[in-house]
Design a protein around this ligand. Sequence first.
Ligand code: NZQ
Ligand code: ZN
Length: 394
Amino acid sequence: MSNNFRFFSPTEVIFGKDVEQETGKQLKSLGASHVLLVYGGNSARRSGLLDKIRHSLKEQDISISELNGIVPNPRLDKVYEGIRIGKADKIDFLLAIGGGSAIDTAKAIAYGLAEPELDVWELFQHKRAAKKCFPVGCVLTIAAAGSETSKGCVITNEKTCEKRAYDDNLARPVFAIMNPEYTRTLPDYQTESGCVDIMMHTMERYFTNGGNLEITDAIAEALLRTVIKNALILHDNPGNYEARAEIMWAGSLAHNDLTGCGNDGGDFMTHKLEHEMGGMFDVTHGAGLAAIWPSWARYVYRDCLPRFVRFAKNVMGIMSAGTEEEIAEAGICAMEQFYHSIGMPANMRKLGIMPTDRQILEMADRCMAASGNHRGSAKIITLDDAVEIYKNAR
Ligand code: NZQ
Ligand code: ZN
């Protein structure tokens, strides 16, 4: 049985070789006159992309301010710095160059500039909802978080080690410039973590007990099979353009809500459990998801058996006979095997962290606080459950 839904995916996607050259014209057509470029460490500079973007904007007489040094698991202090620059320079558009970290920082700055009298962190504490947001565009250089089309924005408060998400359609990027060639310079670990994250965005929406549509399931399963196939190609041949293109487009479709139409809002507990690992140990998001998912899956699959059986057969290709539980378990094992084959960890030890019992309790506590009333769909997760899932993932 399916649920009613609204599907809102306003981002204009400009995809393929050389499309970054259109950035200036695109911004001009949207009325931008003073743009804040938001980017990370060195990758965009090294690849020459940054200079191309600057040139493309200057050709259109668009003024530029810049905020660089955004790190993975992006920090709140950079958001405040960006708001200060944005106010002082009277910027009217944000352009992120990079991945989820740069884009989410740009989104948070955009919220902060639109309501400058309020503290933007209150959004992430869920003390209020945003009423306005400045426009955000992006030039994507890593296929992973899906922030280029999503309503999500994830920021870490470095003082409290809280990594928190705020979701709102207001911040969906107006456009996303996506040239898969730029993802060729990614370290393998980032490519592979990205593939896991893309798959998880679909799986979070797939493992539910709250209704589904056949067409949505079919899209989700095709997306998952496509990412598995092309992640394996990239593991052997990282320069393969076609595989890069498949993964990049999958990343946007995985998190623009397409694979959730008709469900009950999805599960998302793997993400919530991982965000606490990111907040405490600063792990790479996708690798963190790979490390916690098998433990979550084994803990919940009996409560969501038909979906796990379907996943095992339609995504992981399990053909063997057996009870439903055996088939579901075989599907989970096959996913672990896939993680191994692309160099991703399937537990915390392989991820390189070993939280103590006290740290696990702290992460579980925070996870419950951050989850509010949304504590899963495959199985509703309690504090004790979260503790067990973390412990079993060590
Ligand atoms: O800083 P630079 O030098 O650019 O290096 C980055 C960074 O170290 C590097 N990189 C990016 N493109 C590159 C490149 N290196 C070489 N060549 C390239 N073409 O990759 C590293 C990771 O970048 P980051 O932006 O952190 O990656 P990702 O896109 O995975 O974003 C992760 C963040 O997004 C959040 C995550 O929690 C994490 O904070 N998420 C955001 C979501 C959303 N807004 O909807 C949903 C996700 O579930 C996720 O939570
Ligand atoms: Zn994610």
